[in-house]
Design a binder for this molecule. Structure first.
Ligand code: DC
Length: 232
């Protein structure tokens, strides 16, 4: 099945499997996959490493704003997918740590940080044929996206997924701590002033609490067929 030159926006709560689905869609339809959360995580890592955010998440806003003017945060496309870099350094592993996860929501609530990331996403997605996941892709970044999906799943299922992911990476997470991090992020993400997490009116809702990956992909294919009148 061939899809038109569209942007597909996959938004939703933390650990609902947005990136897994978005990557599957990208591979199934030969689209470029871009992870907008990775850019917020990249800014957070940078702020942590340069003393621009303290352990209580107080941010040195003037210094961060100045630093973003020259921060070279970008994706490098490789056979393993799109990898986040700061300058020539690949930071893909560091941006997935619990320390970064715990501070990314306050950083991503800062309006000039959102403008910085939106700018990068617009550049990367300008040519279309992109599937992008995040919190506000269908509402703010690409409100004219050709297809919008909003993902949700139960808190228990989401915590278990995130927990398993961290164990698989060699971590030793505490289930309740992982759950608290998810709930805190949900709250901050949905209550911030600048482009909070919310479903676009024209987004299709996907609750995958009880679905396999194969079922999710079949669901997306069905939506795409219906939406674009594809008969094959
Ligand atoms: O998808 P993720 O967990 O990697 O995202 C990390 C954080 O970035 C998340 O807590 C909220 C923020 N984010 C955002 O505010 N807007 C986006 N489009 C993507 C992520």
């Amino acid at each position: 099945m061939t899809v038109p030159d569209i942007i597909i926006a996959v938004d939703g709560y933390s650990s609902t499997g947005k990136s897994t689905l978005a990557k599957m869609i990208a591979s199934r339809f030969s689209l470029l996959y871009l992870d907008s959360g990775a850019l917020y995580r990249g800014v957070t890592l940078f702020a942590r490493e340069n003393g621009l955010i303290d352990k209580d998440s107080n941010i040195d806003l003037p210094a961060l704003e100045k630093a973003l003017e020259i921060l070279d945060l970008h994706f490098v496309q490789t056979t393993e997918g799109s990898l986040t870099h700061i300058g020539r350094r690949c930071v893909e592993k560091e941006i997935r740590s619990l320390e970064v996860a715990n501070q990314v929501s306050p950083i991503s609530a800062v309006p000039f940080v959102r403008a910085f990331v939106d700018n990068k996403l617009h550049e990367a997605g300008a040519a279309g044929r992109v599937v992008m996941d995040g919190r506000d892709i269908g509402t703010t970044v690409f409100p004219n996206a050709g297809l919008k999906i909003f993902m949700t799943a139960s808190v228990e299922v989401r915590t278990q997924r995130r927990f398993d992911e961290m164990v698989a990476k060699g971590g030793n997470p505490d289930f309740e701590e992982v759950k608290k991090n998810l709930l805190d992020r949900d709250w901050i993400d949905s209550h911030r002033e600048t482009s909070p997490l919310s479903r676009a009116d024209d987004a299709f809702i996907l609750d995958n609490s009880e679905m396999t990956l194969g079922e999710e992909l079949a669901w997306v294919e069905g939506i795409i067929r219906g939406r674009f009148g594809i008969l094959e």
